[in-house]
Design a protein around this ligand. Structure first.
Ligand code: HEM
Length: 508
């Protein structure tokens, strides 16, 4: 254990520490900079919320993130940009193989997106406004202030609507999150993390600090001798002679995911012969939780070492259910967070670890199929959109159609190792944990594999050897937009604003 030292929350954007849950009204804007000088003036005065705690808690919040095009427009040099991660520089739609890996093909493909799909016109800025109920109109006017519309063009206003603590299919959401070790007390020593832990090194979500590999994620470090403006930046902890543009910043992934709520419930209703109890069971097995948020695996009564959560519904691992009899292996939350440790269950202590490392001992065939979870966590910060439609109404033939879904947002230190890995290797994979011909029952696009094999199944095994197969799953969720952004620390934001610009009035 290291000495606890206070984290510099005053330099961190609030969204990293708080989900702003009390601030139910949101306005998410995608902006293009049309006048750089005015944009910088606005940015200079913008009341961006830090992660410091304030008493009483504020009634509003404002967060900001930039695409690589936005940073370029504000004057960040290519030589500095080159030290951001490749996936951030290339963007979510930057190359076909990335789109394929993310499942952004056929009807999910970027050419069908409402925004972000055209790599040449990626929005410069994502502005996230939060307010208490009915407070958004005034907050938006305050935030915009003067000259906002001369500085920026609003490319898209993303729809959002508060429907409570559930997502549009009707399941409780926002229950499971990693617990960030802000005090940096937890060891990232490999030998102390055999089993699943919910506590995560700061460097997994914030740049400039050690991550779960005890390393500093690559980010732009600037020599203050070469760049006078860089004195505004904080020093790099690992290289104190250099200034750290990444420190207290994170990557922010956003995807607009449209949910076919009537389609979801009507399919499940048909599969279960309209028997309400069975309908709930099948839907819950697809999610991995019942609608009220309780997990299908019984939460443990006694403390589980490594799980830090006040929510009893988050107090479980899948160790007691290796075959997926209670929570199917392919369920959404089991794929998104398999709650595995560095070693399979039962491997603890020097000798058994050594036996495992050397490849001896009695192993289950699927022991090594799932990577250790701690390297692939994401901090979710999404919000719903579209009118509420209760499952009981969604099953009716005349259920009102409307655009509904999730503005999925997650914050990570490494886009490819965290968000892209979860999306590709776990959610979309038809081989996750040894399952066959399945992908995520919620997120899957159901396209057959290159060898012609279907991915449109969902399997629920039973102890007696019976496998309940649900076939011909339709696509319930379509991608409607998305992008990769950088959410800077507040010193880094001041640096970006102070950068000299070559010429004014950028083209759209
Ligand atoms: C419209 C799309 C989506 C819906 C309806 C949805 C729904 C849900 C629900 C109901 C939960 C359970 C609540 C909780 O544990 O907090 C959940 C958890 C989760 N989802 Fe999603 N989700 C969606 C998209 C995604 C995407 C795109 C990802 C990542 C690639 C993702 C990753 C996760 C993770 C990591 C958890 C927590 C799992 C755990 O820690 O046990 N979800 N989601």
């Amino acid at each position: 254990m290291k000495d606890s030292k206070p984290f510099e929350f005053n330099d961190l954007q609030g969204l990293l520490r708080f989900s702003h849950g009390r601030l139910t009204d949101t306005c998410f804007m995608l902006l293009n900079i049309v006048n750089t000088t005015l944009a910088k003036q606005w940015l200079n005065a913008a009341p961006i919320s830090s992660a410091s705690t304030i008493e009483p808690p504020p009634d509003t919040a404002l967060q900001i993130a930039f695409s690589v095009q936005g940073l370029r427009t504000l004057g960040l040099k290519e030589s500095v940009i080159a030290d951001f991660s490749d996936e951030f520089i290339l963007g979510m739609t930057g190359d076909e193989s990335r789109s394929r890996r993310l499942g952004d093909i056929i009807s999910n493909s970027p050419e069908h997106w409402n925004w972000g799909g055209d790599a040449a016109h990626v929005p410069h800025i994502l502005l996230l406004l939060y307010a208490r109920k009915d407070g958004m109109e005034i907050w938006r006017k305050t935030v915009e202030g003067e000259h906002f519309f001369q500085a920026f063009q609003v490319q898209t206003l993303l729809p959002t609507l508060d429907i409570g603590v559930i997502e549009p299919f009707g399941f409780a959401d926002g229950i499971s999150q990693p617990e960030i070790d802000w005090a940096q007390q937890q060891s990232t020593d490999l030998h102390q993390r055999d089993s699943f832990s919910n506590s995560l090194a700061v460097g997994e979500v914030v740049l400039g600090y050690p991550n779960e590999y005890r390393e500093y994620t690559t980010r732009p470090l600037i020599d203050p001798q070469q760049d006078r403006v860089a004195t505004k930046l904080l020093n790099a902890i690992d290289e104190p002679a250099l200034k750290d543009l990444g420190r207290n910043g994170s990557y922010l992934v956003i995807r607009q995911l449209e949910q076919d709520v009537p389609g979801f419930w009507q399919f499940i209703d048909k599969e279960t012969d309209s028997i309400a109890e069975k309908r709930e069971q099948l839907a819950a097995s697809m999610v991995g939780r019942k609608r009220d948020g309780s997990p299908l695996v019984q939460p443990a009564v006694e403390p589980i070492s490594g799980i830090v959560s006040t929510n009893q519904n988050n107090h479980f691992t899948y160790e007691s259910d290796p075959d997926g009899y209670k929570c199917p292996l392919g369920a959404h939350i089991r794929r998104a967070n398999p709650r595995t440790g560095d070693f399979p269950p039962g491997v603890n202590g020097f000798i058994s670890r050594l036996i495992k490392i050397l490849g001896f001992g009695l192993n289950r065939p699927d022991d090594d199929l799932i990577a250790s979870t701690r390297f692939h966590r994401i901090l979710r910060r999404g919000r719903s959109y579209g009118p509420l439609l209760a499952p009981e109404d969604a099953v009716k033939k005349d259920a009102p159609a409307a655009e509904r879904g999730l503005q999925f947002i997650c914050v990570v230190g490494n886009i490819s190792r965290q968000f892209e890995f979860v999306q590709n290797a776990w959610s979309m994979s038809s081989k996750f944990a040894g399952v066959q011909q399945e992908s995520d029952p919620l997120l899957g696009h159901r396209e057959p594999l290159l060898d012609g094999n279907s991915t449109a199944y969902f399997n629920r095994p039973e102890p007696a050897g019976v496998m309940h197969k649900t076939c011909h799953l339709p696509q319930f969720i379509r991608v409607r937009g998305g992008g990769y952004f950088f959410m800077p620390g507040l010193s880094a934001l001041r640096y970006i604003v102070a950068l000299p610009i070559d010429e004014d009035d950028n083209s759209l």
